[in-house]
Design a protein around this ligand. Sequence first.
Ligand code: BDR
Ligand code: CA
Length: 323
Amino acid sequence: MTGIPVVLDVDTGVDDSLALLLAARSPALNLLGATCVTGNVAVDKVVDNTLKVLAVAGRGDVPVAIGRDQPLLEKVVSAAYVHGEDGLGGLNASLPAPARDPEPVHAVDFLANLLATASEPVTLIPLGPLTNIAVLLRERPEAVAGIHRIVLMGGAVGSGNASAVAEFNIRQDPEAAEIVLTSGLDVTLYTWDVFTQVTFSATEAAGMMGSDSPSAQLAGRLMDFMLRNHDDRTETSIGDAGAVASVIEPEGLETRQWPMRVELTGTWTRGMTVADQRPGAWVHKESAWQPPMGNLVSVSTAVDVERFRTLFRQAVENPADPE
Ligand code: BDR
Ligand code: CA
């Protein structure tokens, strides 16, 4: 298999499913594995959903590993009200049983072993709370050498979704996010600000459902669920799949490099990703109140909507298996 070597860390999740379908079907990526974490729903459901979605995509060969069932410190808050009780918009039971079992090792060890033996550095694409990735960085620091970059869905510079200022993946495990953002690794955030922009209409979802491709059919059904269950929506976002698209076609995502830290203590701001957008000279200045934030990360500021829509649809509708 050729293409950019990637691992998805998922909390599948309707839009994580769209991300898995894109990663599994794109000839530009070499999907080496999927690691699972509690987020949208509990990790056991995440694992089952992930195995089933990969099987639909014709990629039952991709290893799936079970990761952390709890954030580092925060309590678990389910997002079943968005993704359905099964995390898959009620579609889990309608999908064929997966042919493969999850890996016999914990997701963190699976990742560490994979990173140690990969023939080239791997891009990690975390799409849920960052618990697995933070534990990997803390407990298996030797794995860092095998990481090319991290492109994660998380954070917000404008309004949040989990709170006024915090995005769900970061709010669910702020300490883990702070560990990842301050790791010194090459980190890009596909934030909530762009997450909502790459959308499909009900007509387009119906078109995918009518496709010959099982991946497109599932993508269409998942989008149909989102449109039916959220009265306020006439379009539905590909969500986490946008982060995968930005690895395939980085030119489709505009980013700025800013110092960024995660707010850990504020009553109303816990989980906020605070970007220091002041001019450079100010950013690095010591103040009487706090030290400079220090580390720089790349933060999404704009997305090429049509480019990512086309990329997604072509990948899931393509009947040929990626080589
Ligand atoms: C993020 O949270 C989850 O509900 C989605 O899967 C996405 O990763 C959006 O805030
Ligand atoms: Ca997710």
